[in-house]
Ligand binder design. Structure first.
Ligand SMILES: *Cc1c(COP(=O)(O)O)cnc(C)c1O
Length: 424
């Protein structure tokens, strides 16, 4: 099944609670499938980073793509966090909740001219540049617009993050970052370019990293580059290690953030780069444990070889199992004494990849509610309307209160932007 994701989820009288609210009550009030988030779990995850960095110059930017709901962004903005964005849509979201543009880092390999223009007009704090043509595009547009954006260069340190290949980004075979050997030449050019201010260096080597060694390897690589730059008379202000800190979905152990921060800081100090401000862009480790997907079992289907629990949530609501073969915990909302059977938990979508969990022992029967936990990151933000399924509703729980933070799509939402030409 899986263990409880944080101290803010508990069974009380055999019924699963998020903070002080019974999940079965949320299911009756808002329907299923439903994303439910524990505010306290988010606050505590953010607090861990803040504590780890408390005596060190730093900047924390939440990676919006992990979960981009405005209410969740607002929680982090109120704590003083900046944001790591990768699209115009994410820029609009963070501006919508009143984020300080100066605290925004614009990442991503494919920034369009339009995105660059809009971000420059908005006064975005830093552009993370991922290639030479992107540097040229940004420098040209900045010159036209008479502004001088601060830039970091994302360097691909060619280190193995030992994570799933789809979420590994720091190997030289990946599309991300400037390749390590070309970086020096490009940074030297940027240092004398009048239309940008070279402020830092960046790497983001992958996601769901459960060991900090790959960060330390990447740090050492970046320090080699910083030393070469220093020899050429170029000093930077910031060093950005991206996001990527893993969480425990099943049995992974992740060291405390302090170990990462202290390890990075001591490497910088030893090499004479103590003055650099450390930037981090965590996404998953801030929101994963806070969220669960509540769904209801429609049918128990038994074939000669398998038992299936068919739920009203599918791969369109939560794609991590289908996309990465991710193992996610599944918990019954009511602990019951109905017999435990080995089930595959699947959705209603017309694809065999539409599964949420495989080979789980669950005491479930038709009509029961289940929670796929650890679903706060890359859950709703990757949801789609495939099979013309409406995007689920989202609820934020804080103590005894629950608030709707996204209503379920209406049927009309499914075709809002579609047009049937009159002469068809
Ligand atoms: C995805 C991403 C992050 C966040 O990664 P997590 O694994 O969710 O912490 C941070 N920075 C960049 C550039 C990213 O692409």
């Amino acid at each position: 099944m899986g263990s409880l994701p944080s101290a803010h989820f508990s069974y009380r009288a055999s019924s699963l609670y998020c903070e002080e609210v019974a999940l079965c009550d949320l299911a009756s009030q808002y329907g299923t499938p439903l994303y439910v988030y524990s505010r306290q779990t988010i606050e505590e995850a953010a607090q861990k980073y803040e504590t780890a960095f408390c005596s060190i110059a730093h900047k924390l930017c939440y990676a919006v793509k992990a979960n981009s709901n405005l209410a969740i962004l607002k929680i982090l903005q109120k704590r003083g966090w900046g944001f790591d964005i990768v699209s115009l849509g994410e820029l609009a979201r963070v501006l919508q909740i009143g984020a300080d543009p100066k605290k925004i880092v614009f990442s991503g390999v494919g920034k369009t001219e339009e995105e660059i223009r809009v971000a420059l007009s908005a006064g975005v704090g830093v552009f993370n540049i991922e290639s030479e043509p992107e540097f040229e595009r940004l420098a040209k547009i900045a010159a036209q617009m008479h502004c001088r954006p601060r830039v970091y260069f994302r360097v691909n340190p060619d280190v193995d993050a030992h994570t799933h290949p789809y979420i590994s980004t720091g190997l030289k075979t990946n599309k991300f970052g400037v390749d390590f050997y070309s970086a020096f030449g490009l940074l030297k050019r940027a240092a004398v370019c009048e239309s940008v201010e070279l402020a830092g260096i960046d790497c983001h080597i992958g996601s769901q990293l459960t060991s900090f060694e790959p960060y330390f390897d990447a740090c050492d690589r970046l320090l080699d580059l910083l030393k070469k730059l220093r020899a050429a008379g170029i000093e930077l202000k910031d060093i950005d290690f991206g996001g990527g800190v893993g969480v425990c979905y099943r049995d992974e152990t992740v060291e405390p953030i302090e170990n990462l921060v202290l390890g990075l800081k001591s490497r910088l100090t030893q090499s004479g780069f103590d003055h650099l401000r450390i930037v981090m862009e965590p996404g998953r480790s801030i929101v994963a444990a806070a969220g669960l997907l509540l769904c209801s079992v429609q049918y128990v289907k038994t074939t000669p070889v398998k038992h299936f629990l068919i739920t009203d949530a599918g791969m369109n609501d939560l794609i991590r199992p289908a996309l990465y073969a991710a193992w996610m915990p599944v918990l019954p909302i009511r602990q019951s004494d109905c017999p435990e059977v080995l089930f595959d938990v699947v959705g209603p979508v017309c694809e065999s990849s539409d599964w949420l969990a495989r080979d789980r022992v669950l005491p479930a029967q038709a009509g029961e509610l289940l929670a796929v936990t650890m679903a706060g990151a890359y859950g709703m933000s990757m949801a789609s309307r495939y099979n013309s399924r409406r995007l689920p509703a989202e609820v934020l729980v804080s103590g005894k209160t629950s608030q709707l933070i996204r209503s379920r799509d209406s049927l009309e939402d499914l075709w809002t932007n579609e047009i049937v030409p009159a002469d068809i």
